[in-house]
Design a protein around this ligand. Structure first.
Ligand code: ZN
Length: 606
């Protein structure tokens, strides 16, 4: 590779929402010093944080290359790579122009219309092979469409020649950094607060009547300050200069994706707080939204800086296998709600309710007896992210069981050390050793063995049997036993007398469709299958919502006649009703005052 030209930035992109109605971004990338043998360009096949091959290059509609105004031949090498012909003039720059179709209303790709223009760099910026470590600049241009006349830009990408929230040129020190700052454009709601001195923006796109930005700012400030102080209790120093929470509020949606200095979120507009409910208790929807914000913010440390070795660096063209997602997603899920308690957003009873729900959801599926969380992590690409109707019988979630592993390890360390140490200390040790200097010190990530040994080191105990049974193995966590010393009682209040099909019910218009049937459950034993549409039980019509009511007149063990459509064929079944096997787990405080609620408190040590 030649030395980059002094006058041109090494890698310079332009991006403009060219045709809002056609959902097309026009993008160009100019390479000052293209590779002599012919520069190769590639678009990532996946976006870090969402472990599935998505082949973003399928959204590139037209692509061409030119140098000094003359066309340059571009050869496609594989599904996401192109190579430009070598240039005769070795000092000339090379530019590739392309269109990206942006019509995926999610946090993972790009979405452009008359209301806003959102993009991730993984969907829009071709990687210039061999030059990833050079500075990358991007000129974000205002769409010519009059709908965009009042738009602003929100991103955590540092400005080079742009005002904050303005169109203009932004800069990243490498390709890895460039694609880790999603960009939102639109006529969005905006609020800013400081958490331990660091400015945090809240950006909301989508129509949200009477949005209570003041309440949202106050609540997020508490959560962010709690987390900053959690990782750096002495200095309270955040790992980023600023942070952006960007949310797309929609009719029906839920999700988030973490980045090093921002997060992209999608939620139901009804989940966001309204000024009409000022002073009222937190709603379930708003609580879920704050939990999501807390989750993605915790990732700023745990996975964006403390990383599995398999992600350091990412290989963006193929699957990156790590057996540690139970730690990176599971522990983040453990701490997301816990931080709401520590920040004073919810009380202990509300927290135990959430915890009980998580335990119940893990125990519901028999897949937990077949797949360990280490295997679930490794196979995320093909299984967790590609769930079908058999998922409850075949896989375990490294999020939910992973969060219970966090709880079990937390309780075990506290018990072994008399409350002196906790999982908090493990997280801080991971942060100090692998996370804090990740971007400045050429971080290499943490291996499974390095993570495991930390538990022994911090507790003075021996955790190999725990890892063998519950992380590499498929045993259920002994939560009742672990919770008892802390004055917490684990109750299984399953309503086994309630007759059920033991299947997941879904809707198909006004009809009831079985979305999953559980292994050895009543529906499966009768011969019913996921996808079947229930028509009648003992001659009475089944609708999308009335099955429970119909079954309430029967007792467990009675047999009913069921008619169902499998595709377009009517079938008849004899179904013997089973007791509802869904565990109803509740946690109650037994010995108030003593060691009660130990796991909620930060451990004494620093
Ligand atoms: Zn996560």
């Amino acid at each position: 590779m030649k030395k980059p030209s002094k006058t041109l930035p090494a890698i310079a992109y332009t991006i403009v929402g060219h045709d809002l109605a056609a959902h097309l971004f026009h993008v160009s990338v100019t390479v000052a010093a293209p590779a002599e043998g012919g520069q190769i360009f590639a678009l990532p096949a996946w976006i870090p944080g969402s472990y599935m091959i998505r082949e973003f290059s399928r959204n590139i509609v037209r692509i061409r290359a030119e140098s000094k105004g003359e066309p340059v031949e571009l050869t496609k090498l594989d599904k996401h790579s192109w190579q430009a012909a070598p240039l005769a003039d070795r000092s000339a720059a090379l530019t590739v122009h392309y269109e990206v179709y942006a019509w995926d209303l999610s946090v993972r790709a790009a979405h452009l219309d008359q209301n806003h223009g959102f993009f991730n760099g993984t969907s829009t910026f071709l990687r210039v092979l061999g030059q990833e470590e050079l500075p990358h600049v991007v000129d974000i241009q205002r769409p010519a469409d009059e709908a965009a006349a009042g738009w602003r830009v929100a991103t955590s990408l540092p400005e080079l020649k742009a005002k904050r929230y303005g169109y203009g040129t932004y800069i990243a020190s490498s390709y890895d950094e460039l694609i880790d700052h999603p960009v939102e454009q639109g006529d969005f709601a905006l609020a800013t607060f400081k958490a331990h001195g660091i400015p945090h923006d809240i950006v909301i796109t989508g129509r949200v009547p009477n949005l209570d930005l003041a309440r949202l700012s106050a609540d997020l400030k508490k959560i962010c300050e709690t987390q900053i102080a959690f990782f750096e209790p002495k200095t309270k120093k955040a790992p980023m200069d600023r942070y952006v929470f960007m949310t797309m509020a929609v009719g029906d949606g839920y999700g988030g994706l973490e980045h090093r200095a921002s997060t992209a979120l999608i939620c139901n507009r009804g989940d966001l707080p309204t000024t009409a409910a000022r002073g009222k208790d937190i709603s379930d929807g708003y609580l879920q939204y704050l939990g999501l914000c807390s989750h993605e913010y915790f990732h700023t440390w745990n996975v964006k800086r403390i990383k599995p070795a398999a992600f350091a660096p990412y290989n963006l063209q193929v699957e990156n296998y790590s057996p540690l997602l139970w730690l990176f997603e599971g522990f983040t899920s453990y701490y997301d709600d816990l931080m709401l308690v520590r920040a004073g957003i919810i009380g202990e009873p509300a927290y135990f309710k959430l915890l009980g729900k998580t335990v119940g959801s893990v125990l519901r599926g028999s897949g937990r007896t077949k797949q360990s969380v280490a295997d679930s992590s490794f196979d995320a690409w093909g299984k967790y992210y590609r769930q079908d109707e058999n998922a409850p019988n075949a896989i375990v979630s490294y999020y939910t069981k992973g969060s219970l592993i966090g709880l079990a390890l937390d309780l075990s360390i506290r018990a072994k050390t008399g409350g002196e140490k906790s999982l908090d200390d493990v997280m801080r040790a991971l942060w100090q050793r692998y996370g804090r200097d990740f971007y400045t010190g050429g971080g290499r990530g943490v291996t499974p063995a390095e993570a495991e040994v930390l538990f022994d080191e911090i507790s003075g105990g021996r955790f190999k049997p725990f890892f063998d049974k519950y992380i590499r193995g498929t045993e259920d966590l002994p939560l009742a036993k672990l919770l008892a010393p802390f004055g917490l009682k684990y109750n299984d209040e399953r309503k086994s007398s309630k007759p059920s099909f033991d299947a997941n019910l879904g809707k198909d218009g006004n009809d009831c469709k079985l979305s999953a049937v559980h292994e050895n459950g009543a529906a499966q034993q009768a011969g019913l299958s996921a996808g079947d549409i229930l028509i009648a039980v003992d001659g009475l019509r089944v609708t999308a919502t009335n099955l429970d009511t119909l079954l309430s007149r029967y007792a467990v063990g009675e047999t009913v006649e069921v008619y169902a459509f499998r595709r377009d064929e009517l079938m008849r079944f004899d179904l013997t009703l089973q007791g509802d096997r869904a565990p109803g787990i509740t946690l109650t405080v037994e010995a108030a005052g003593k060691k009660s609620a130990g796991p909620l408190r930060p451990s004494a040590s620093r």
